[in-house]
Design a protein around this ligand. Structure first.
Ligand SMILES: C[S@@+](CC[C@H](N)C(=O)[O-])C[C@H]1O[C@@H](n2cnc3c(N)ncnc32)[C@H](O)[C@@H]1O
Length: 274
């Protein structure tokens, strides 16, 4: 595996060059767009002081911390992640705080908690890395108290927009990137998954990471971090030639130098009650 392949990396962070993934989470966690998206989720969750919240695929615990500051010591925020490295970092980041938090290493498909333990469960940029979405939804429904909320933020990778003059190659690249995720189509599936699992009051609203204005000069850099490693596997698998990919990036780099680079990641915030 290319160790800088972010898409493969987040499926098995402990086996990859984890420092790259951790730095990515730290950088992305500070983007105004990401904070705006999290604030929209908080507005939908309406967390209360006594709530017990579960953050599945919590990574380094950035949002666990933010939610723990809201629920205070009357409540609790539990973070779980399949990666023991992520959980170690999350624990050490919050070790000195007095926040009511706990962390466990566990797969989203099988969480180590009794049924009806949580008031709210969230999963941000996690489901796209998991193949068996049906099993995750069933597990989350089991864990929620009746009336409890599940909120997801995830992308529809087939709808990735990268402005590039070579439309044919760009379509092929977008399709390859999307198919590199175990669930690259999760964005378009969310409504149906919530419905089929028996959730009520389902709302799905679009939220895209778009353009250069909000993400400053890192537009191309972010796209490179996300796509470059996966596209190299496309070269190794003879889907693309090295030259095709190098020329494709070169045009985007020239665009970025002129301030013309444009990419947009189509995401969805979906929420439902158990
Ligand atoms: C892109 S990160 C998002 C982290 C965090 N939710 C955030 O928004 O900063 C994806 C996380 O999902 C975790 N992950 C991947 N597959 C998982 C699974 N099957 N069960 C639980 N966590 C998983 C990864 O280890 C990684 O920490």
């Amino acid at each position: 595996m290319n160790t800088k392949n972010l898409i493969a990396g987040f499926q098995n962070a402990d086996e990859s060059q984890c420092a790259f993934l951790i730095k990515f989470l730290e950088d992305v966690g500070q983007l105004p767009l990401v904070l705006e998206c999290f604030n929209l989720q908080l507005a939908l969750l309406k967390l209360k002081k006594e709530y017990h919240v579960l953050d599945i695929g919590c990574g380094i615990g950035i949002q666990v911390q933010a939610m723990a500051e809201i629920v205070g010591t009357a409540g609790k925020v539990t973070g779980t992640d399949i990666s023991s490295t992520m959980i170690e970092i999350a624990k050490s980041r919050l070790a000195a705080s007095n926040l009511s938090v706990e962390f466990f290493v566990s797969d989203a498909l099988k969480q180590p908690f009794a049924s009806h333990s949580f008031d709210c469960i969230r999963a941000e940029r996690v489901l796209m890395y998991i193949k068996n979405i049906e099993a995750v939804f069933t597990e989350i429904k089991r864990l929620l108290k009746p009336g409890g909320k599940f909120i997801v933020f995830d992308f529809e990778w087939d709808a990735l927009v990268i402005a590039h003059p070579d439309k044919t190659l760009t379509r092929k690249i977008v399709r390859y990137i999307s198919d590199s995720f175990p669930s690259g189509h999760i964005g378009s599936e969310l409504h149906r998954r919530f419905k089929q699992t028996g959730f009520k009051n389902i709302k799905v609203q679009p939220f895209s990471y778009s353009g250069e204005t909000d993400i400053g000069n890192i537009g191309l850099e972010l796209t490179k971090k996300i796509c470059e490693g996966a596209l190299q596997t496309g070269v190794v698998n003879n889907v693309f030639t090295q030259k095709e990919i190098a020329d494709w990036w070169q045009i985007l780099e020239a665009d970025a130098k002129r301030g013309d680079f444009f990419a947009s990641y189509q995401g969805f915030i979906a929420v439902g009650t158990a």
